[in-house]
Design a protein around this ligand. Structure first.
Ligand code: ADE
Ligand code: ZN
Ligand code: ZN
Length: 268
């Protein structure tokens, strides 16, 4: 996602943190955050070029298939295993488990900022897309009259268009609308399932990527080719999917943080 997408995921997550979790999160945040997780949710994008090894941690690619498989797909360009968005979520979650150990070797402020960002990214369907087109980055399309690429349509353009068409150009109005859908009948029946995951053979983050790859095929890539012109038909059918992914990212980020920092959640 772009800045707006990440801001929404973290702002939604903040609403679902328990008091205990919220206290720990505020303690770990850098001064510059002003006590707001959402303020630092794009930090990982800012350091992407300074810390070049982190660049592959924003996504994962499949070899042109609609299913994700960790052992096959999670590695960086040098073939180092676990260097993808799913491995990164597992890694930074594990690092944050050392919170409270006075001897922890990790900078948990950075771990938190990475985790919050990557949980957002793994919910962007094209961050678990195909290798050949770099998650839609090489698919040139027109978004209405503007030339862009399919990846950018999902990271940024659809959110911009939604804001100006439906949300009075105000990100907070869009966030409030998504929060309402989480609490009201729109999605409320499913929210419990979003929060818990059946991790028999894999981690929760693997499930999120599996969902993203499947949605990439069913919605993001569907009926799109090089030089496609995408307009109302694409926007109207895909925006609900995008909004649900933002909601799931926020709810799950909160669940992960509550599991880490609030002892009453210790076994989820
Ligand atoms: N950003 C840069 N490369 C990417 C890729 N291959 N897939 C998704 N997002 C990316
Ligand atoms: Zn992206
Ligand atoms: Zn990113």
């Amino acid at each position: 996602w772009g800045k707006e997408g990440h801001f929404m995921v973290c702002k939604i997550a903040e609403q679902y943190l328990t008091e205990n979790t919220s206290r720990v999160v505020k303690e770990l945040l850098p001064e510059s955050a002003g006590g707001e997780l959402a303020e630092v949710c794009s930090w990982a994008d800012k350091v992407r070029f300074r810390m070049r090894w982190t660049s592959p941690l924003h996504y994962v690619n499949t070899p042109g298939v609609c299913t994700f498989k960790y052992s096959r797909d999670c590695f960086n360009s040098q073939g180092v295993k676990d260097m993808c968005v799913v491995g990164a979520i597992n890694n930074y979650t594990a690092q944050l488990q050392s919170y409270g150990d006075s001897s922890t070797a990790y900078d948990l402020t950075q771990s938190l900022m990475f985790l919050a960002h990557f949980v957002g990214d793994v919910h962007q369907p094209l961050h678990a897309g195909f290798k050949d087109d770099e998650g839609g980055n090489t698919i040139v399309v027109h978004w209405y009259r503007r030339k862009t690429n399919l990846h950018h349509v999902w990271d940024v353009n659809m959110i911009e268009t939604a804001m100006s068409d439906y949300y009075n150009k105000d990100l907070n109005v869009m966030i409030d609308s998504i929060l309402k859908k989480i609490d009201q009948k729109e999605w409320s029946d499913e929210v419990n399932k979003w929060e818990t995951c059946r991790r028999k053979t894999s981690t929760c983050a693997t499930n999120y990527a599996t969902e993203s790859t499947s949605i990439a095929c069913e919605y993001a890539y569907k009926d799109v080719e090089q030089d496609s012109v995408l307009t109302d038909e694409y926007f109207d059918s895909r925006l609900p999917v995008l909004e649900k992914r933002i909601a799931q990212g926020g709810v799950r980020l909160a669940a992960i943080l509550n599991g880490l920092f609030d002892s009453s959640f210790s076994d989820s």
